[in-house]
Write a protein that binds this ligand. Structure first.
Ligand SMILES: N[C@@H](CCC(=O)N[C@@H](CS)C(=O)NCC(=O)O)C(=O)O
Length: 79
């Protein structure tokens, strides 16, 4: 089974737009979680430890959860 992915993002963030444009070009569907929704912002802080976006939440089959913060790392991971 593939890891379950969710991208935390903000509409006004250049680095988020970079990742979102990459997803569009790849025609890749991903669950998007805007941090303008308070529960998403809280989950990001609680899980990843900081409010920085973009952040890719990767839930592995084992149940282990990884929080990937850097836009270049996220794009590399999804490539
Ligand atoms: N080097 C990071 C920069 C990300 C970044 O600076 N994000 C800003 C928004 S554009 C942010 O989340 N700032 C608020 C914070 O760090 O809590 C990347 O490429 O993803």
């Amino acid at each position: 089974m593939k890891p379950q992915l969710a991208l935390y993002y903000s509409k006004y963030c250049y680095f988020c737009q970079k990742v979102l444009t990459f997803l569009q070009h790849k025609d890749m569907q991903l669950e998007l979680r805007s941090t303008s929704v308070p529960e998403h912002a809280q989950a990001l802080m609680a899980g990843g430890g900081k409010t920085q976006v973009p952040c890719l939440r990767i839930e592995h089959e084992s149940g282990e959860v990884e929080w990937m913060y850097e836009s270049d790392d996220i794009i590399r991971y999804l490539s």
